[in-house]
Write a protein that binds this ligand. Sequence first.
Ligand SMILES: Nc1ncnc2c1ncn2[C@@H]1O[C@H](COP(=O)(O)OP(=O)(O)OP(=O)(O)O)[C@@H](O)[C@H]1O
Ligand SMILES: [Mg+2]
Length: 242
Amino acid sequence: MIIQNVKVTVDQKTILDGLNMSIEDIDVIMGPNGSGKSTLSKAIIGDPIYQVEGQIIINGENILEYKMNERVNKFGIFLSFQSPPYLEGISLRQLLKKIYYRRMGYQERDLSKIKEFNEELDKWLSVLGINREFVDREVNKDLSGGEKKKSETLQLLMFRPRILILDEIDSGLDIDSLRRITEAINIYYNLHKPKILIITHYNRILKYIIPKRVHIMKNGRIVKTSGPELIEEVETYGYDHF
Ligand SMILES: Nc1ncnc2c1ncn2[C@@H]1O[C@H](COP(=O)(O)OP(=O)(O)OP(=O)(O)O)[C@@H](O)[C@H]1O
Ligand SMILES: [Mg+2]
């Protein structure tokens, strides 16, 4: 994915301006609060409140010409939410089945695919350490912060993204949950080789998912791109130094 000269405005306020970068493999963006990291992720997925100029290119196509649902379905982009909503009356299992069936192009009533769906689901439940009852609860009803992240991870795994954007998926996770979630993402990466963009403030997650490149964002621009050694530099010196 190549991001070329991207400008993002909301309510006449410019948040990103002249942004150039690419997401090639496992890429990380770090940067101070308010620098525009989440705005970039929402511009990529196509949140309609943001006006986006420039080009975001995947497989030679400018995805800015497509609406959000087309970006999700045609280009396989998945964005994890910082605070996912409660979906009344829909169980997580029902949601996961919809996600999986739609992604695989199966008809909703096709009973012959249930076994495959259940096997895929059971595989990820065991990697994530989630019990079966959990998926029979309503989506995000009365879940703790960490449980919501596990639920999100399950959704992303069943969605089979080609481009995965993880916006602070590590915040608020205990160490065991962080290990489980990152292990699941690593297994998924090795199976399907998606492009992954990780947005984070902490190097903790980057000990489990090893990025190929690290980008520093400040004031809506990338001010430095380098290898994982940059994480150490951020930890030591903070962002002022860039
Ligand atoms: N819908 C909006 N309306 C007005 N301003 C917005 C909107 N969305 C984002 N902004 C502003 O854009 C700037 C960048 O916000 P953004 O959420 O992208 O930062 P961030 O880098 O993700 O920060 P954090 O690390 O705190 O999550 C902030 O100053 C924010 O107030
Ligand atoms: Mg953010």
